[in-house]
Design a protein around this ligand. Structure first.
Ligand SMILES: Cc1ncc(COP(=O)(O)O)c(C=O)c1O
Length: 440
């Protein structure tokens, strides 16, 4: 593979057979376990030939710059702590502590954790409820515009796109709205690292973008990327990223990111197109979320079922392991690593599974009262409580059934009779965690 500055630097240094009087303790020798044997040779620490992730420059900086180019962004920071590290870093850059943040209610828990750490005050952007398919649709730029008018102190908006179910929002239009109001758009694209390789420019208008390479690209677990546009420098990314990242980031993981990009440009992008075609055919042949419902990631396959959990069990019984299921859906993540034989096997299995319209779900109820801040709630002592005894209590953790996959109650919000009735109606009985002594 060509143009892999970090991988090449590590391999060349390892080939010099340096006497490693530094960590890691394996000294480049085989780790126990045959699967891990070759892994240690390029597992270095910060040395002049290997560079330092959070200092910028060197072979790591060169590899990051190549990624930024693919995404049409100015800067990139390698993340070895998943998109979780990226969301924490991005919100630290975008939001002064104590400020208001416009948030997609369906954001991952890392966004809620960032809000607690930074003591942010959330205002939630609504998503339409797509009744027939029981998922939330894209966030509308005009809704965001209206919220910015009524909350003029908001200077940042964090949105998840694509969602777990593959729904895309219009990022260029949302970025334009935020920029008109002097604000910052943060996109949690954890599920969409592959989109630029499909020729889809989903992210480049945003100010900060986080993607999990490990979710949809040939890259190891926890490898992820943070991108910025002109508004944040590479030094900004390094400074904030180092707050949440290990001071010993994994060199094999960073080398894998370097190799992943080169591989995708050489052949993976073409294979990904074939995956998109296979998924389009599966969507035609099996009850699924389709483009007529909402703009979708062309490779996410969200199947509909009258009983998603039963369909998941049936698939697992046939040796096919989905990403997740809920009461009305089974979500599969096909990638460029799935070839014609994998799709043939999948198609055969889907033919034996109970799929069809998903059961009716009421739309999520209106937002509960925010009784204490997210920070107070998440850092307060809590205790587990059966839902039917939680009326009037304050949630210490999110209550987030799928669907809709958005917290029906977020930390710090009061659990009302209406909310309990809704959760009961959709069959959610996982209990909850409540604050002790109302967190005061
Ligand atoms: C939307 C979203 N954002 C962020 C994350 C965190 O990603 P990671 O597991 O790479 O830390 C996830 C994980 O599932 C996610 O679904």
């Amino acid at each position: 593979m060509e143009n892999t500055p970090l991988y090449t630097a590590l391999r060349d240094f390892a080939a010099q057979n340096p006497l490693r009087m530094h960590m890691p303790g394996h000294k480049g020798k085989a780790l126990p376990g045959p699967e891990l044997a070759g892994y240690s040779s390029i597992d270095f620490t910060e040395l002049p030939p290997t560079g330092n992730l959070f200092d910028g420059g060197g072979a790591i900086g060169a590899a990051e710059a190549l990624w930024a180019e693919v995404f049409g962004m100015e800067h990139c920071l390698f993340l070895t702590g998943g998109s979780t590290q990226g969301v924490l870093t991005a919100l630290t850059l975008a939001c002064p502590p104590g400020s208001e943040l416009l948030l997609d209610r369906g954001c991952h828990r890392s966004a809620f954790h960032a809000m607690a750490l930074l003591d942010l005050k959330p205002v939630y952007a609504p998503r339409p409820w797509l009744d027939k398919k029981a998922v939330t649709g894209p966030i509308s730029p005009s809704d965001v515009e209206n919220l910015l008018k009524t909350h003029p102190n908001i200077k940042a908006f964090c949105i998840t796109s694509p969602t777990y179910y593959g729904v895309l929002s219009d990022i260029p239009a949302l970025a334009a709205v935020m920029h008109r109001h002097g604000g910052i758009l943060v996109v949690d694209g954890a599920h969409g690292a592959h989109l630029p390789f499909l020729g889809i420019d989903h992210y480049s208008a945003a100010d900060l973008v986080v993607v999990s390479a490990h979710k949809t690209l040939p890259a190891p677990g926890q490898s992820a990327l943070l991108f910025s546009g002109k508004r944040f420098s590479h030094a900004d990314l390094c400074r904030a990223g180092s707050i949440y990242g290990s001071s010993s980031p994994s060199y094999p993981m960073m080398a894998a990111l370097d190799l992943c990009r080169a591989h995708m440009l050489e052949e993976g992008a073409e294979t990904y197109q074939k995956t998109a075609e296979e998924v389009a055919a599966l969507r035609r042949d099996f009850p699924s979320l389709i483009d007529e419902d909402a703009p979708l990631d062309p490779t996410r396959l969200t199947l509909l079922s009258p009983d998603g959990f039963a369909a998941q069990d049936q698939l697992e019984g046939l040796g096919v392991w989905p990403e997740m299921a809920d009461r009305g859906h089974v979500v599969l993540i096909p990638t460029c690593a799935d070839g014609p034989a994998d799709f043939a096997r999948l198609r055969q299995a889907l033919g034996q599974v109970t799929l069809g319209p998903c059961p009716a779900f009421p739309p999520p109820p209106e937002l509960p009262e925010q009784a204490v801040t997210l920070r107070q709630a998440l850092f307060s002592p809590g205790k587990d409580c059966p839902l039917n005894q939680a009326e009037g209590e304050i949630a210490a953790s999110p209550i987030a059934p799928y669907p809709p996959g958005v917290p029906i109650v977020a930390p710090g919000e009061r659990i009302s009779k209406k909310t309990i009735a809704y959760l009961d109606r959709i069959g959610y009985n996982n209990g909850c965690r409540i604050c002790v002594d109302n967190c005061v």
